[in-house]
Design a protein around this ligand. Structure first.
Ligand SMILES: NC(=O)c1ccc[n+]([C@@H]2O[C@H](COP(=O)([O-])OP(=O)(O)OC[C@H]3O[C@@H](n4cnc5c(N)ncnc54)[C@H](OP(=O)(O)O)[C@@H]3O)[C@@H](O)[C@H]2O)c1
Length: 242
């Protein structure tokens, strides 16, 4: 079991814990000894508590809108008082937006961009800002978020999502440069394609899931990034099939 020097279990804040990838990541974190604070969209707490019921006391669920900075600060403050400062943030929250299309008009284009920024960028900025002071005070920690191929490689149909994931990548690169020498590893996992999730199977029923990245492999990468030594930090990790 992983423990702090004081003998307490280490706490990991996992955002987007109601989403598809969290169904694999959270149990694996719990199995390796982490206490998981699972952050979910307010109103979904009970459903997510049921999802992780078998993990017992290894998981605590907190409802918070990650796009709201005050709410995130308050939620993380409560976690810190109850369990100590998180030593890891695994930011799985995100939001795919198909659009806007050129014909959508200015107002719709702006609304799509705001949703993409809330889900992919503001959520990350707020979560990182909330947990980082505790990590810097401790001189150790890891911030891991999930980017997307769209953030760097142009593809039709996802311009707002691409802009938000591109901004997330720039934010993570700069944050890594800012805090790496203070014991905090800031890392962006970048799947270079779809993951084999229930959501993708529903959205693309005719595609072959065998060609998609395995959630267990993404989880392996998360666990790897959480425990990099100070002289071997990894700030960006692409994942692909083939
Ligand atoms: N699945 C893939 O193929 C794939 C590929 C590349 C990258 N990624 C990235 O990997 C991450 C996890 O993917 P996934 O498949 O697990 O996604 P998912 O099933 O859509 O889960 C994302 C979760 O984040 C939550 N969320 C978004 N904005 C939030 C906010 N402001 N406050 C609180 N919760 C919020 C969502 O809640 P709501 O549903 O209520 O919005 C959802 O539960 C995402 O960042 C995604 O962009 C996924």
């Amino acid at each position: 079991m992983l423990e702090t020097t004081s003998g307490k279990r280490r706490t990991a804040l996992v955002t987007g814990a109601g989403g598809d990838l969290a169904a694999t990541v959270v149990p694996r974190l719990a199995a390796t000894g982490w206490l998981v604070a699972a952050s979910v969209r307010p109103g979904t707490e009970e459903r997510v508590m049921e999802r992780f019921a078998a993990l017992g006391g290894a998981v605590t669920v907190v409802g918070v809108d990650l796009a709201e900075p005050e709410a995130v600060a308050e939620a993380v403050g409560r976690l810190e008082r109850a369990y100590g400062a998180p030593e890891a943030l695994i930011h799985l929250a995100g939001r795919f937006e198909p659009g806007p299309r050129p014909a959508d008009g200015v107002v719709n284009a702006a609304a799509v961009l705001e949703r993409a920024l809330d889900g992919n960028l503001r959520s990350a900025v707020n979560a990182c800002a909330a947990v980082l002071p505790g990590m810097l005070a401790a001189g150790r920690g890891a911030l891991v978020a999930v980017g997307a191929a769209a953030g760097a490689s142009p593809a039709p149909g996802s311009v707002a999502y691409a802009a938000a994931k591109g901004a997330l990548a720039a934010y993570f690169r700069s944050l890594a440069a800012q805090v790496a020498k203070r014991g905090v590893n800031v890392a962006l996992l970048v799947p270079k394609g779809a993951l084999d999730t229930p959501g993708n199977r529903r959205a693309m029923p005719d595609a072959d899931p065998a060609a998609w990245i395995a959630p267990d492999a993404l989880t392996d990468a998360v666990l790897f990034l959480l425990d990099r030594p100070p002289r071997g930090l990894v700030h960006e990790l692409p994942l692909s099939v083939g």
